[in-house]
Structure formats: structure tokens, C-alpha cells
Design a binder for this molecule. Structure first.
Ligand code: GLA
Length: 741
């Protein structure tokens, strides 16, 4: 039983082979956190771990117990206003204006498996044996409000999923000014906080800082999880490395505004809180209504950052992504965007498709520009009908002819948006998000549809479903290219305007849910100007996400490396594009561009009708190579080897290993070529110590222990022709165990 409860039903120990999570009921009826970390052997009670030592100048809960102070207790889902002065997990405004609540323990319920969260993406468990869920009921009897805290522990992954649900059973409305998904008080603050932050085209770069007293946080106020900060907060011990040591990862299964913070208090207790960003949020809870928070993921590993990443990958691949594509090999695609932008017609698209098919590409994706009168980014978003000027025979006919070439066919859409110059806007000018009497800010010449409104979601569902059926789409790229400003919904009452951000996400999730359920064979890839909404919320519906608009292989090293902290490579759309690269002007060799893109959901994004004979041959070989190694790459174990964030950062490598450890593939890139360089050995990981491996381009057979502990010296690249640059050089090493099956 992965959840042990004490005989008196007041202490809960969630445990599996990778972690223990323990909390219990305090003497005032509230919940106290006892332990979270490496597995502990079950025992009668761990109440002693909540021991408090008296401190002066603190507020006492009981007159006769000077040690029991809210400021000293490690809480499980803290409230504010009664002597704990740290940030609370929730903030409820009552009818009389007060914000004081007292939710106390009233029981619990344990169920096998994992229930769905209404309207929200969340983890799931296929069989009852895969997960166990604990539902803790707290009640504030003065206002007749229930608070459920949900905990799901998974059999095989070092992770717990947590969320909260408020139910108003009283006769007065309540207002949730804040309702985070989860909070935990860790007993000390000796951690380095790791986050993945950046901006458009340089998403999810690693940043680290030691914790200091006060609040350190990452958040979004853009109504999308954002490229500025990913909803991932990692705490590692100072001595924790990639391969060893304790680390906690906190993430959110949500794509809207979020807050993740670590607050170090005056006793060096560290409170981690994660959930919907309270800034700009509130929720009106009418009598009888309830509010379910998004789900948070708590991961613990004692095996370094790799151990933490593995747990996130396990959860993502087995308990989060839904539908057939979560387990299916992803097709090699050609996307038209960097090849043609908006400038195409039936003939040029067919020419590209014919070349793609000759190369061995499997899926053809027609990006932006096929609909309405879209010849630039200035018009037509919302008009998801064929642009007959470009395609006089229609998209359906184009799709058929492309399928006849042996390719699958997919389209780009940006459903959440509307251009002012569109038939949709002319018909429904009131469908966009804008504040009455205020200027409506444009971004990329477009506005955002009010997806909190059911009428708009129904319209979008009808239009997209019709499109999918007519063109028999196999794939949809779902883009989202601007953030919400002047947030206001025409249909929400004034005291509910701060619900718009979350209602918007619920609308978008509903649309994804309906489409993915009705069209289970379609591969959806989400995108938000590249990786602006790369989060577990989106990954629930779309098992791959366009990682970044930056297709430069060298920039992608940092982006994919950073993204891999929480997200498995199979989730990352990665394409080979032309040089000079459109974002950086860099001239990375074709082999290196492919070497980096291989470690993701692979594709091409360049004009394949204009290839030199050598490049054409090379691309054909790359495609064959990827097909032969696809299962290994997409479903193998991913190991980061040499980091772009290391002090030198000039040599970067990573590898994948098959689950049976008989096959592996490593990639290494040298950014700049230096004269007389250091002798940089490559130390492999994840191999079987006692397996003899044959390495590509090497006649020797080497054992796993030697490859991992003594490493190999990769031959320094030699210039083959005068003037050829060896900057951005790459190595690919294929390892195959010389053992019988
Ligand atoms: C965004 C996407 C690109 C492309 C363009 C089309 O920027 O990230 O991949 O689809 O939109 O307008």
C-alpha cells in the first residue's frame, strides 16, 4: 500500500521506491508537514519530525503552549492572518470582508487510481495499480466551506501530483483571491534554485541562484506560461550534480498565469508554493459552487538532476500525455514556414511536397498563409477557409494530391486569434478581448478571441472539425502568437473580471479536449511563437510542442538542453533549417544541424526544391538514419553529458540509451574551433557496465564500464578543404552492444 495511515487516521505517509512524503494533523486540527525526501522505512508515527522549539516574539496558538506558534509550524496548505506571516497557499474573502479562515481536518478517503480533474489537464493512471489517491477533507465550519487536498502517488515514478478544491456549502458567496495548487515547508533552506527562463527565440535557458532570506520567484502575467519563465522550480542541494545528490522539482500542469516561489523565513525554513498567479486573479464562489485548482507535480530524486528529469519524463510519457500519439513514433515532417513564409501557391507547395516525398519525408505541414486572404501577418486570422487565390482547386484537393505522393498532410492554425481585417471580425467585432473605453493594443497585427465564452469555443470547434474532416488532416500545428492585454470579457460581470485568465485557459482546454477526443488519430503540435507555452498543460493534449522559433543548431543546444530538465526530447519539435540561419545568420554545417535536431520530434524546415546534389544526398541519408534510430531516440533514456551552461560551455553533448541498454546514440558539438585544443574525453552514461559495445567509426569493442568511467577521446576534426570552418563541428556516435538478444 503506497499510502500508510496511522491507526488513529491522523498521519499520512505516501511512499514508493523513490520518495516518502509525510504529513499529519496538528493539535489545532490543521495540517502539518513532516517530511518529504528519500524513502523512509514506515513506522508507527513520524509526529516527532514536526517537533517545534519555542522562539520569542512569536504568536502562540494556545495560551498554555508557548512553542506551538503558526510561525514555527511547517504547514501543508497554509493560511494567512493568525500568526504565520509567510505567503499563504490561499486567500478567501468572506461576506463581512474578513480574510480569516480556519480549515481543520475532518477526514480522508483513499482510492486506487486517479480521477480526472474537471475541465483541466491532469495526470492519469491506466490501471488502479499504477497510482493511489488520497483525498483530505478540511472544513471551515464557521463559513461551511470545504477544502479538499488531493495527493496522487505513482507506483513507478518519483512524483506526487497535488491539487486543491474549494467547495462553498454555505449561504453566502466567497471570493478566492488566491488559490494555489500546493505548498510545502521544507525544514531548511540550504538549496540552489534552478529555473529555466529566457525570451522569444531563446527559451528555457538554465539559471541558478542560492536561496537567500525572503521570496524568490518565477511567474507569468501574460496569460500564457511564457518563454520568460517556465513553470518549473527546482531546488538542489549545493553539492547535487547532474548525476548525484538530492533534488526537488516543482511544476504545474497549466498553461496560463502561474507563480512558483521559494520563501526563506527567519528560521531558514523554505516554503515552496506553486499555482495560478494570484496577481490579477480572483474567483467568485457562489453558494453551492466549487473551484478546482490546476495540478502541481512534486518530484524528488536522490540521483541528481538526471534522476529528477527521469521522473518528469516518466510522468509526462506515461501519466500525462493522452491519446495514441503519446506512445507512437512521430513522423518526420517538412514544415513550409522557413521555406516559403506566406509566399506560395498550389504549384510551389506541390513542388515542395514532391521533393519532400522523394527525400523520404513522411508528413507535409502547410504553415501560415493558406486561409482567408492571408498574404502577410496583417490579415485573416479567424477565417479558417481556403485562400482560393492561392489554391483555386481548394485545400481538400491539395491535401489529396499530397497524400497521393505518399505523404501525410497537416495544417497550421491559430484558433485563439482574430485579425481586424477578417470576415470573422467584421461579423463579430465583440468576440475579441478588449476593455471598453480603452485602446486595444495590437501585437503582430492581431487580437485575442475571448476563449472564456462558450459561443466562441463552440464556433471554433465546429470550424476546426469541419476543416479536419474536409482535408482529412493527419496533423495540426496549433499556434498562439500574442499575449492578452487590456484583459476584459464582455460577458463577465464586473466582480468576475479577474476570472478571465483562468476561464480563458478552461475554454482553450475544452477545445483541445473535444478535438483530441473526436479526432484521436490526429497528431497535434502546439506552438506559441515557438516555445512560449511549453508546459505540462499543453503536453497533456499535444504530445509535441514547437520548441523555439530559433532553428539555429547552436542556439538550440542551450534551448533543448534547458528544456530537457523537465520535458522529454520526444516532446520537442526540432527541425533542420537552411543557412545562413534566419534567426542568427550562422552557418552551421548540415550534419550539425541534423545532429541537434535528431534529439527531438524531427523534421525539416527549408526549401527542399533548391538543394545542392550533395545536400540532397546527405538529407536522404539523415532521414534513413533517423528512421532507423527513431524508436531509440524518441523513447530511449536521455542523458545530458556536457552542458552549454558549464564555465567553458564550448563542448556540448548528450545521449540516448535504449531501455535494454543494448543501443545508444550520442551527440557532441564543438561550438568554436580552437587551435591546439584540450584533450576532451567523452564520458558516456546509462550503459551496462558489463556489456561490450561496438562504437561507430571505431573497430575496438569497449565495455560499458570503460566507456562510462574512462571515456573515449574523440578525434579532433581535421579541415578537409582550404577555408572550411571547423566551428560548429559535430560528432555522432552509435553504440551497439555485442551481445546476443
Ligand atoms: C509562429 C510560429 C512559426 C510559424 C509562424 C507563422 O511564429 O512559431 O513556426 O508558424 O508563427 O506565422
Amino acid at each position: 500500500m503506497p499510502i500508510t495511515v496511522t491507526a488513529d487516521g491522523t498521519e499520512f505517509h505516501l511512499h514508493n521506491r523513490q520518495l516518502s512524503y509525510i504529513f499529519g494533523v496538528l493539535k489545532n486540527g490543521q495540517l502539518g508537514q513532516l517530511y518529504y525526501g528519500k524513502p523512509l522505512r514506515p513506522r508507527a508515527s513520524f509526529a516527532h519530525l514536526g517537533q517545534i522549539e519555542r522562539r520569542s516574539n512569536t504568536v502562540q496558538y494556545f495560551d498554555d503552549d508557548s512553542a506551538f506558534s503558526p510561525a514555527l509550524i511547517r504547514h501543508e496548505y497554509p493560511m494567512f492572518g493568525c500568526g504565520d506571516f509567510r505567503y499563504p497557499a490561499f486567500d478567501v474573502r468572506l461576506e463581512n470582508g474578513s480574510r480569516i479562515t480556519n480549515f481543520t481536518f475532518h477526514g480522508y478517503h483513499i482510492t486506487k487510481g486517479k480521477a480526472k480533474l474537471p475541465g483541466l489537464p491532469a495526470t492519469h493512471a491506466a490501471g488502479a495499480a499504477e497510482a493511489t489517491t488520497l483525498d483530505i477533507l478540511l472544513i471551515d465550519t464557521a463559513i461551511q466551506a470545504d477544502l479538499h487536498l488531493y495527493y496522487t502517488i505513482f507506483e513507478q515514478a518519483g512524483a506526487i501530483a497535488r491539487s486543491a478544491r474549494f467547495v462553498n456549502r454555505g449561504s453566502y458567496p466567497l471570493v478566492l483571491a488566491s488559490a494555489l495548487s500546493a505548498s510545502i515547508d521544507l525544514p531548511d533552506a540550504d538549496y540552489v534554485m534552478v529555473q529555466t527562463s529566457g525570451s522569444w527565440a531563446r527559451e528555457r535557458h538554465l539559471h541558478e541562484r542560492p536561496l537567500v532570506p525572503g521570496v524568490q520567484s518565477i511567474s507569468s502575467t501574460r496569460y500564457a506560461s511564457s518563454p520568460q519563465h517556465n513553470p518549473l522550480l527546482v531546488l538542489r542541494r549545493p553539492e547535487t550534480t547532474e548525476t548525484s545528490g538530492s533534488v526537488y522539482g516543482f511544476s504545474l500542469i497549466y498553461s496560463g498565469n502561474f507563480l512558483a516561489q521559494a520563501e526563506v523565513d527567519d528560521y531558514r525554513v523554505c516554503r515552496v508554493s506553486i499555482g495560478i498567479n494570484p496577481f490579477g486573479f480572483s474567483w467568485h464562489l457562489a453558494p453551492g459552487a466549487d473551484f478546482q485548482t490546476p495540478e502541481a507535480l512534486f518530484v524528488y530524486s536522490d540521483k541528481g538532476l538526471t534522476g529528477m528529469s527521469f521522473s518528469f519524463y516518466d510522468i509526462c510519457r506515461h501519466h500525462l500525455m493522452c491519446g495514441k500519439w503519446s506512445q507512437r513514433e512521430r513522423p518526420i515532417l517538412l514544415n513550409t514556414w522557413e521555406a516559403l513564409h506566406f509566399h506560395y501557391d498550389d504549384a510551389s507547395v506541390m513542388a515542395l511536397a514532391e521533393s519532400a516525398s522523394r527525400l523520404g519525408i513522411e508528413l507535409f505541414v502547410l504553415d501560415d498563409g493558406w486561409f482567408g486572404r492571408r498574404d502577410s501577418d496583417k490579415s485573416s486570422l479567424g477565417d479558417w477557409f481556403t485562400n482560393f487565390k492561392k489554391f483555386p482547386r481548394g485545400i481538400t484537393s491539395l491535401a489529396e494530391r499530397i497524400r497521393a505522393l505518399g505523404l501525410r498532410f497537416g495544417l497550421w492554425i491559430e484558433p485563439e486569434m482574430i485579425s481586424q481585417d477578417s470576415d470573422l471580425y467584421r461579423a463579430h467585432p465583440d468576440w475579441m478581448i478588449r476593455t471598453p473605453g480603452r485602446r486595444a493594443s495590437m501585437a503582430r497585427h492581431q487580437y485575442v478571441l475571448d476563449c472564456s465564452r462558450q459561443v466562441i469555443i463552440d464556433y471554433l470547434y465546429g470550424r476546426i472539425a469541419a476543416l479536419i474532416r474536409a482535408a482529412k488532416l493527419a496533423y495540426v500545428k496549433w499556434d498562439m502568437n500574442r499575449y492578452i492585454t487590456e484583459a476584459y470579457s464582455a460577458t463577465l460581470p464586473s466582480d468576475r473580471q479577474a476570472e478571465l485568465g483562468h476561464r480563458y485557459m478552461l475554454g482553450v482546454y475544452q477545445l483541445f479536449d473535444r478535438l483530441t477526443r473526436h479526432f484521436p488519430d490526429i497528431l497535434f503540435e502546439s506552438c506559441a511563437s515557438g516555445g512560449g507555452r511549453f508546459d505540462f498543460g499543453m503536453l497533456h493534449y499535444t504530445p509535441q510542442i514547437w520548441t523555439s522559433d530559433d532553428t539555429d543548431a547552436i542556439e538550440r543546444l542551450s534551448i533543448q538542453f534547458g528544456s530537457s530538465l523537465a520535458y522529454p526530447p520526444v516532446a520537442m519539435g526540432a527541425h533542420v533549417s537552411a543557412v545562413p540561419n534566419k534567426q542568427t545568420g550562422r552557418l552551421a554545417p548540415l550534419e550539425t544541424r541534423a545532429a541537434v535536431a535528431y534529439f527531438g520530434a524531427f523534421g525539416y524546415e527549408l526549401d527542399v526544391t533548391a538543394l545542392s546534389p550533395e545536400d540532397e544526398l546527405a538529407i536522404k541519408r539523415q532521414i534513413l538514419f533517423y528512421k532507423a534510430n527513431r524508436r531509440l531516440i524518441q523513447f530511449g533514456d536521455f542523458y545530458r553529458l556536457e552542458s552549454p551552461y558549464a564555465a567553458t560551455g564550448n563542448i556540448i553533448s548528450w545521449m540516448v540509451v535504449s531501455p535494454d541498454q543494448k543501443e545508444a546514440l550520442a551527440m557532441r558539438v564543438q561550438v568554436l574551433n580552437h587551435p591546439n585544443p584540450p584533450l576532451a574525453r567523452l564520458y558516456f552514461r546509462g550503459l551496462r557496465a558489463d556489456f561490450p559495445y561496438k562504437l561507430s567509426n571505431c573497430s575496438d569493442i569497449l565495455y560499458g564500464d570503460e566507456l562510462m568511467n574512462a571515456g573515449v577521446l574523440l578525434r579532433k576534426p581535421k579541415s578537409t578543404s582550404l577555408g572550411q570552418s571547423l566551428d560548429f563541428f559535430s560528432w555522432m556516435i552509435r553504440l551497439k552492444a555485442a551481445v546476443s538478444d
